[in-house]
Design a protein around this ligand. Structure first.
Ligand code: GBH
Length: 483
């Protein structure tokens, strides 16, 4: 391992969570239902029929969460606001003051301890009432989301200076409306993901412009969006067709959102070409990929102040020849996905680890999007919660992934500004329920008080933050010897 470390001060080390995964209090004090409440309350949907009704009970445990954050000495805490806790039916008219109070208390306590809040406006827990009007497949959602964001800037923006509109729009569009594995469980892979992404991009841009027009001058914050990407390694770097296939996979996943926002307001050429051609061959009168007007392109281009990336895994991709049927975002790509040999299995099958992929991904972002300032807003590894004792693997993960991120920063000139580890503590892990955990802290979900206990990786991450990069073991041995 190299001993590179961050040489510039001000690097933002932190941890990350999301509302539905930790808060609980699913119907407390007037909170409305979200699509995840609806989904998890149906039997058979989640492993062990787990749900987020109580989760880590963070709704009642601000002090306990703060204790962990202060002990780690993080500079930043990335969390999300539960939209139905603030507006139970999604609209401003339903304002729930107690929900607002909760976030005010949390934010005030963070500021008091010099922890910078990084706030995601929407991490998947959509008010059910808005799903009832078709959720993100309904264009009126653009203005509804914008009004919710406007309220949040107005209410919390005196203290919150780092906003992310969406967490992983790719997951909302593809897993929610294509695969149908996440709420709203719609399986329309031919066109719904494309329509939804189109609306999400416009909603994001609209929320960005609202900040620009009404708040930036007085609040001086940043607005971005957290995009997810798996690094994709070509099957054979010497075969141009395979290199193209890998690039295409990145464009379909990351470029779908990043190209419009960070480049020219429009989808990547590879997507327009692939989906356009296939649609034509499929006898459709127009492409299943919607298009933006010139005005919309201008409106979307440049609507993020920094680049926020969630990165977990690396995959290998190879080219497959044209599949015309069935019509699907998946088959539009002409690729097949494999595991990378040089990677390790984790408790979540599709999230194998390969630290070297992170450095390559960061460099790809740097080249593709003109060297933006980058924040890694999620990166972490899961272990089986039934066997929590051995935390060696999480330490190995942090050591190797952070080392690769620091190589990108120190050796490759990537403007990496911050890193928030996923996650502060074990939490409700979506379809996996509580069977796997990404936490630096263990949470006892069988105990009514949900006690939190640091894992060894929490101590290790504390060292990383203290030393502003990889801990330099010999310094501590010297310190001990002289003590
Ligand atoms: C992150 O997504 C999430 O942002 C975070 O909330 C979550 O806790 C973390 O992952 C760990 O799970 O099962 O086929 O429907 C990372 C990217 C995208 C990976 C969705 C899992 C589910 C695919 N994730 N994907 S499927």
């Amino acid at each position: 391992l190299s001993t590179v470390f961050i040489t510039k001060f001000g690097f933002q080390w932190g941890v990350s969570t999301s509302a539905y995964q930790i808060e609980g209090g699913w119907n407390a004090d007037g909170k409305g239902s979200s699509t995840w409440d609806t989904f998890t309350h149906k039997p058979g949907m989640i492993q062990n029929n787990d749900n987020g009704d109580v989760a880590c009970d963070s709704y009642n445990k601000i002090e306990e969460d703060l204790y962990m954050l202060r002990a780690l000495k993080v500079k930043t805490y990335r969390f999300s606001l539960s939209w139905p806790r603030i507006f139970p039916n999604g609209y401003r008219a339903s304002l729930n003051k107690k929900g607002v109070d909760y976030y005010n208390r949390l934010i005030d306590r963070l500021i008091r301890y010099n922890i910078t809040p990084m706030v995601t406006l929407h991490h998947w827990d959509l008010p059910q009432a808005l799903q009832d009007i078709n959720g993100w497949d309904n264009i009126t959602m653009i203005d509804i989301f914008n009004d919710y964001c406007d309220f949040c800037y107005e209410t919390f923006g005196d203290r919150v200076k780092f906003w992310m509109t969406f967490n992983q729009p790719h997951t909302i569009a593809w897993v929610g409306y294509g695969l149908g594995a996440f709420p709203p469980n719609i399986k329309k892979p031919a066109d719904a993901p494309y329509r939804v992404a189109h609306n999400l991009l416009k909603a994001h841009a609209s929320a960005y412009h609202t900040y620009d027009d009404k708040y930036r001058k007085t609040q001086h914050g940043l607005v971005s969006i957290s995009l997810n990407a798996d690094w994709v390694e070509p099957l054979d770097v010497n075969i141009p067709r395979e290199v193209d296939a890998a690039d295409r996979a990145l464009q379909f996943q990351l470029g779908w959102f990043a190209h419009p926002i960070f480049k020219n307001g429009d989808y990547p050429d590879a997507m327009k070409w692939q989906v356009g051609n296939k649609s034509e061959l499929q006898g459709l009168s127009e492409s299943r990929l919607p298009s933006f007007t010139e005005g919309e392109k201008a409106y979307i281009q440049g609507t993020a102040d920094v680049f926020c990336i969630n990165a977990y895994t690396t995959r290998r991709v190879h080219h497959v020849t044209s599949r015309l049927s069935p019509k699907s975002y998946e088959f539009d790509q002409d690729i097949a996905i494999k595991d990378v040999e040089d990677s390790q299995e984790t408790a979540v099958k599709e999230l194998r680890t390969a630290a070297w992929g992170l450095r390559r991904l960061l460099n790809w972002i740097k080249e593709e999007y003109g060297n933006p300032e980058i924040y890694i807003t999620e990166n972490g590894v899961s272990t089986n919660t039934a066997t929590t004792d051995d935390d060696t693997y999480r330490i190995f993960f942090l050591k190797t992934y952070i080392d690769e991120a620091l190589k990108a920063h120190n050796l490759d000139g990537v403007q990496l500004k911050g890193y928030t580890a996923w996650s502060l503590m074990d939490a409700f892990e979506w379809l996996n329920g509580y069977s796997v955990g990404f936490g630096l802290h263990h949470v006892d979900f069988k105990h009514p008080d949900r006690p939190r206990t640091p894992k060894r990786s929490a101590h290790y991450y504390y060292d990383i933050i203290r030393d502003n990069g990889q801990p330099l073991p010999f310094l501590h041995i010297m310190a001990k010897n002289s003590a």
